[in-house]
Design a protein. Structure first.
Length: 389
């Protein structure tokens, strides 16, 4: 979705991240930006079109949708964070207010503007979520619950609006240097950096963007033991099979463990998959795998995982090369691999090219072909640029 020439509605546009969205959109060439706020007098001076909008008021949202029929992108930024301990008497009242704005308010805007976006070709919705969509802080429990609910809403809306071609983006970030985040500990992202990452993701057609290292770290810990996120409480009682009974554990017993972010670990994994790197540039990759019986499924054909591994490895290697001089690496977010033709042996040639390389994310296309040029598999890999550690 191109920002240049688009028509965008930003909710909560009077300050903080919302005001930064307005500036960022205008800087990128949006044809028109509607700046929504409860009190239009509170909007900072800009070239944006002021729109009176209270997202907790269904009638106010309906009036805005009727007035802004040319919108192609909706930025759901408006939100509140009231805080407070769960044990305080007024907690339920604050939590309801947070849910009314952050969850139901976002729902009202989506309901009203989905038909507008559909009539204008599909467009995009970007929902300003938080790392607290996944992680709960007791002093912000109501806010965390509202953001978790809005993440669930975002995923549901994405599936429901796919048929009309609407992109739905979830924006995750830790603390931001705004008035709302004034009492939160460092590190904090700057509003302009959050906006840049979000707009890059919109233009890349992404479904999710992890703006900072905090959101990336929490996202990666979700599949682990609860103690990874909540070390002050007892570890979860999730039970895994005994290590001695798992084939993977038996195969690696007694071997040293490598840091999964290290180059050595990446190289070992790529080598184990049989991928030979022929050439790497910042925008392309070529390599090959000599496939044989070691790569077979029980049915005697090359396992699809070989292709998925080759596709993600090719994209990761080249995308990391593209940001190496910035002290960064590229970490895969999604890998969509299509298996098109089965073979039993021979050379699988792997070729990747960059489709989009933004400041925070990259999108790569990878094809795997046999020596006759027939397409064996095709994939797209979306990656996040993160600081190398």
């Amino acid at each position: 979705m191109d920002i240049q020439g688009s028509v965008v509605l930003v909710t909560g546009a009077n300050r903080g991240v919302g005001a930064a969205f307005v500036r960022g959109l205008l800087d990128r060439g949006a044809a028109k930006v509607y700046a929504g706020a409860r009190d239009v007098a509170s909007l900072p001076p800009s070239a944006a079109v002021p729109v009176q909008l209270d997202i907790t008021d269904v009638d106010s949202v309906a009036r805005a949708a009727a007035a802004c029929t040319d919108v192609t992108i909706v930025i759901n930024n408006a939100g509140v964070g009231l805080g407070g301990s769960l044990l305080e008497a007024s907690t339920a009242q604050r939590a309801r207010a947070e849910m009314e704005t952050n969850y139901f308010g976002t729902m009202h805007v989506v309901e009203a503007f989905a038909p507008v976006l559909g009539a204008n070709g599909g467009g995009a919705i970007a929902n300003m979520l938080s790392v607290l969509s996944w992680y709960t802080v007791p002093a912000l429990a109501g806010y965390c619950a509202s953001k978790a609910a809005t993440l669930s809403l975002t995923n549901a809306v994405r599936a429901e609006l796919a048929g009309q071609g609407t992109q739905v983006l979830a924006i995750h970030v830790g603390a931001i240097d705004t008035e709302m985040g004034a009492n939160l500990p460092d590190p904090k992202s700057q509003p302009a950096d959050v906006v840049a990452a979000a707009l890059d993701a919109v233009e890349a057609g992404a479904s999710e963007v992890l703006v900072d290292e905090t959101s990336l770290r929490v996202r990666s810990a979700l599949s682990g033991d609860l103690a990874l996120l909540y070390p002050s409480v007892a570890p979860s009682r999730a039970v895994a099979p005994p290590a001695s009974t798992t084939p993977a554990a038996a195969a690696t017993a007694g071997k040293p463990t490598l840091d999964p972010m290290s180059l050595e670990a990446s190289g070992a994994f790529v080598a184990a998959a049989g991928l030979i790197v022929d050439e790497v540039t910042s925008t392309s990759f070529t390599g090959h795998i000599e496939v044989g019986s070691d790569h077979h499924t029980p049915w005697g054909i090359v396992h699809g995982g070989v292709y998925a591994t080759a596709i993600e490895s090719a994209a990761s290697i080249a995308a990391s090369d593209a940001v190496r001089d910035q002290g960064m690496v590229a970490v895969g977010l999604t890998n969509t691999t299509h298996f098109l033709r089965s073979i039993t042996a021979g050379r699988a040639n792997v070729a990747a090219e960059a489709l989009n390389q933004g400041r925070t994310q990259q999108l790569w296309q990878v094809n795997v072909r046999d020596d006759a040029g027939r397409l064996l598999a095709h994939g797209e890999v979306r990656l996040q640029n993160v600081a190398a550690t």
